[in-house]
Design a protein around this ligand. Structure first.
Ligand SMILES: Cc1ncc(COP(=O)(O)O)c(C=O)c1O
Length: 374
């Protein structure tokens, strides 16, 4: 009765309500890091009472996205912006645009675990290319080249990556570009860099060398996952961009999924980023310092964090990542196992750096006590 592509092994949803210390939440609205509720008044404008179906999104909202990129040094024509309800929906549109059933998309590993579900739904195959850790994270260019087959339709890049926090480097960008394949660049955490590194590739939103789709959205940029606004910025050779735009128009027109109010409010909500991002960066920095302090002298370390909202904590290889996550759960501390993200480094757990500082300090102290007893 049901489709094969939805025959997932469904596990019961776990609840974290009774946990004393949740170090896993990356929902900014649950950890006091969203814009104030008053910011949402921008959704209640009179224009929102009118239904104005616009497959790519209302022009003013696309202009606001174009201005977001201008402020980051990239020229993006508002006509090359397609709005979506989320970055996840943007992926879905692009998988449908680029790949037929059975075609392949290259995605980084480790990375965001949603790719396999999005690919299942689009009946495409994901092929993972390794991002390896050698003091810092880098794309294994040789493995990537070997992963390309005649059925490969695009390469997905996540910069900075989740949960490694690593940015795509200039040399890596050029190596990916040399394949001639379209690039899908997920830059939802772009604004959350730690420090400056001239070897990091800037946003690919104005990349002209090949067909490029740059994804982001209010979910991370303005810490507003609940308002549901994402986007795709198209760039590359004009004739390819024009075909992609025409086809995305039809895909977007089929769903018309982006709400009118959020489009009218897009400029005002994007402006909230200026206030919320410094607060997030301060929380991330304080939590990283607290983690380092708690683990000083212990047989554990925090892997370098270039950006994003997560830290990877490397623990002794006496237990697997899952076993460490379970042992911490018994101490009342919830973290994510590195195995969820297929981290290539053993015995790692992932901690959300959005965690309220007092919770993180208390959770890190319990981790330290566990390590001291082990
Ligand atoms: C790397 C990455 N891309 C995309 C998303 C999804 O973003 P959205 O809420 O816009 O669908 C997430 C969510 O955590 C993410 O970590």
């Amino acid at each position: 009765m049901f489709s094969a592509r939805t025959s997932w092994e469904l596990l019961p949803e776990t609840t974290t309500a009774d946990l004393a210390l949740d170090l896993s939440s990356s929902n900014p609205t649950a950890v006091g890091l969203s814009p104030p509720a008053s910011a949402l008044r921008a959704l209640a404008v009179e224009e929102a009472a009118r239904y104005e179906p616009a497959p790519e999104g209302l022009r003013d909202a696309r202009l606001a996205v174009s201005d977001y990129y201008r402020a980051r040094g990239a020229a993006v024509d508002p006509d090359d912006v397609v709005l979506t309800a989320s970055t996840s929906e943007a992926y879905s549109f692009l998988f449908h645009l680029l790949a037929d059933p059975g075609d392949e998309l290259l995605v980084p590993s480790p990375s965001y675990p949603l790719f396999s579900l999005l690919a299942d739904l689009a009946c495409v195959r994901i092929v993972k290319y390794p991002v390896v850790f050698a003091g810092g994270w880098c794309v294994d260019a040789g493995a990537l080249a070997r992963a390309v087959t005649p059925r490969t339709r695009a390469i997905v890049v996540v910069s900075p990556n989740n949960p490694t926090g690593s940015y795509l480097k200039l040399g890596e960008r050029d190596a990916l570009g040399a394949t001639g394949l379209p690039l899908i660049s997920d830059e939802v955490f772009l604004d959350y860099a730690r420090g400056v590194d001239p070897t990091r590739a800037p946003t690919l939103a104005s990349r002209a060398d090949g067909l490029t789709f740059t994804l982001s959205g209010l979910s991370k940029v303005a810490a507003l996952p609940q308002v549901k606004l994402g986007w795709i910025a198209l760039s590359g050779p004009a004739e390819l961009v024009s075909v992609a735009r025409a086809r995305l128009h039809v895909i977007a027109d089929t769903f018309l999924s982006v709400g009118g109010p959020v489009q009218h409010a897009a400029r005002a909500l994007l402006a909230e980023a200026a206030a919320v991002q410094p607060a997030i960066r301060a929380r991330v920095a304080a939590n990283l310092a607290a983690l380092g302090h708690a683990l000083a002298g212990a047989p554990a370390s925090v892997l370098p964090v270039e950006g994003g909202w997560s830290a990877i904590v490397r623990l002794p290889a006496t237990r697997t990542a899952d076993e460490w996550a379970r042992a911490l759960l018994q101490e009342g501390v919830l973290v994510q196992s590195g195995e969820l993200f297929e981290l290539p480094v053993p015995a790692c757990v992932v901690v959300s750096l959005l965690t309220p500082e007092a919770t993180l300090v208390a959770g890190a102290a319990r981790l330290r006590a566990l390590l001291d007893r082990a």
